[in-house]
Design a protein around this ligand. Structure first.
Ligand code: SIN
Length: 531
């Protein structure tokens, strides 16, 4: 097996991973491994923008309060304070590196999104904010000769021994390599692909969460999945996100009879919290016996729509929907994982030398429901913090950093196979059924019965975890299954409704709602009280 030794290893190349790389680059050689092309991440597809208290009418204290309110009582306050206080500096720095956010004259232009009490969302090229961030960060990373990238390199497992991480086992073009590192940062993004309807790109299969879990890391609050209300629902069209900024600019939700309905559900109507909007849409779809509702912008000026939402306009037109002339068919989809690998505010996990940042991590910054457009900011702020912490950790080690025995978290040596033959056909069928089960049973509205059904379905497929798979598609499926099991078990344990987790059989905040749920492979799901 090929072996390589680096100072710092980063798994994932979205905003958090790249921002971490920039911190680490002056202190040693950095390797960024990513299972697809470097730009293929959730960051690249983020439309709406990045929330930051930088406008004349705004204050970090108001951003702090809005974030806590959206998190519905479960945010970690110190983590939120760091986010809102360090956010402005991270944005100024990004602008100094060449980021071009949209401006009104010479001033930055801020837009509105749900649950923000100020216009504070920066955007770029109308609706391509994430792409702009990715462009600037990749350029910046390229300026450091100490950083190299391995695309199409799938991280199968972390190398762990006695609670320490020594790097990872990476598969490139079918060949396994070992990468030894002084410190490793996980920045693999979310797990939206475990749901059959999702805004997430194909790469978001929960890999980082699953490999961390197998390595002995703690996953926290995995039941909190944010569903986005407006995902394109047109024949043969991809599940394309229709940014909340459209509702921020005045778009109206109507049922298929053309009736607006959001005012009946919440005083903030279209700008109510996402979980409220999603449940309203689900109830309207049931009432009208329809697969979707409509997002209507036709009352807005055509030139404004085309200049403000150029990517959305062009994409919808490709699927024969002219958003300036007709309402857009939409329905919700899984969007963001508030939970993830438990970290402190420096991205440190419970495993020595292993850090996590961005959607894969749970710093507690989002609580039970993320405030819109806080995730790119989190990637910048916590990517930089994890990068700095990993440097402190890695530079404190003298000599070579290797485990005594070369053993990945999941030993896949010869003989570990259960002997079960699993065909390509089975893999695709299980993947399809898993995503459907999660959507129908562990989706926007859950209850004990639906969750128990999901649990038993997932259990039926558990045999695939013992098969020594080797292709990306197969390995992703194993990760998706493990992550789905954690989401389901956590959702079963949380017998109350808070933030994005809605139990129709426990529709309120019952006693214990303020506790967090931790999951480890050793102990399963359990509650932990807020300190
Ligand atoms: C959107 O543009 O609606 C997504 C932004 C976000 O989820 O933060």
């Amino acid at each position: 097996m090929r072996e390589e030794e680096v100072d710092f290893l980063i798994i994932g190349s979205g905003v958090a991973g790249l921002r971490a790389a920039i911190e680490m680059a002056p202190y040693g050689d950095v390797l960024v491994v990513t299972k697809d092309l470097p730009a293929e991440s959730s960051t690249e597809y983020a439309q709406g923008g990045i929330a930051v208290a930088l406008s004349d009418e705004d204050e970090v204290g108001i951003h702090y309060e809005d974030t806590l309110r959206a998190g519905d009582g479960l945010c970690r306050e110190d983590a939120v304070r760091i986010l809102v206080e360090e956010g402005p500096e991270r944005i100024r720095e990004l602008i100094s590196w060449g980021a071009e956010f949209d401006r009104e004259g010479t001033k930055l232009d801020f837009t509105m999104e749900a649950a923000h009490s100020r216009k504070r969302i920066l955007h770029a090229h109308g609706d391509s904010t994430g792409r702009e961030l990715e462009r600037v960060l990749l350029n910046k990373v390229r300026s450091f000769p100490s950083v190299k990238k391995y695309p199409f390199a799938f991280t199968e497992d972390l190398l762990v021994e006695d609670g320490e991480c020594y790097g990872s086992l990476v598969r490139v073009r079918g060949e396994l390599s070992v990468v030894f590192a002084r410190a490793t940062v996980l920045a693999t993004g979310g797990a939206g692909q475990v749901y059959s309807r999702t805004t997430n790109p194909a790469v978001s299969t929960g890999d980082g969460m699953a490999i961390a879990l197998r390595a002995g890391a703690v996953l926290e609050d995995m039941e909190f999945i944010q569903f986005h209300p407006t995902v394109l629902f047109a024949p043969s069209a991809p599940q394309f996100l229709l940014s909340e900024a459209m509702r921020g600019e005045g778009a109206i939700l109507r049922n298929i009879r053309g009736e607006p309905f959001m005012k009946n559900y919440h005083p903030d109507a279209e700008l109510a919290p996402r979980d409220v909007v999603c449940r309203a849409i689900v109830s309207q779809m049931a009432r009208t016996n329809s697969t979707h509702v409509l997002l209507d912008l036709t009352h807005l000026d055509e030139t404004f729509i085309k200049s403000r939402f150029p990517r959305i306009y062009a994409t919808c037109l490709q699927y024969d929907v002219d958003i300036t002339k007709e309402p857009i068919p939409v329905s919700p989809g899984a969007h963001y994982s508030m939970g993830g690998v438990k970290t402190d505010t420096d991205g440190a996990t419970n495993i020595g030398g292993l850090f996590a940042a961005g959607e894969v991590a749970c710093t507690g910054v989002h609580g039970a429901n993320r405030l819109a457009s806080n995730s790119l900011l989190e990637g910048l702020v916590y990517g930089a913090r994890a990068g700095r912490a990993a440097v402190r950790y890695g530079t404190g080690i003298t000599g070579r950093r290797r485990p005594l025995r070369l053993r990945p978290a999941r030993d896949k040596g010869v003989g570990t196979s259960s002997g079960t033959k699993v065909s390509k056909f089975d893999i695709e069928e299980i993947r399809h059924l898993l995503r459907k089960t999660m959507w129908e049973r562990v989706g926007i509205i859950r209850c004990a019965e639906s969750l128990a059904e999901a649990r038993s379905k997932l259990e039926e497929w558990s045999f695939i975890l013992d098969v020594p798979f080797g292709t990306r598609r197969e390995l992703e499926l194993q990760n998706m299954l493990e992550v789905s099991q954690v989401i389901t078990e956590s959702a079963i344990l949380r017998k109350n409704s808070v933030g994005a987790h809605y139990r129709s059989d426990f529709p309120k905040k019952f006693e214990g709602w303020k506790d967090h749920i931790l999951f480890t492979n050793e102990k399963g799901a359990r509650y932990e009280s807020i300190p």
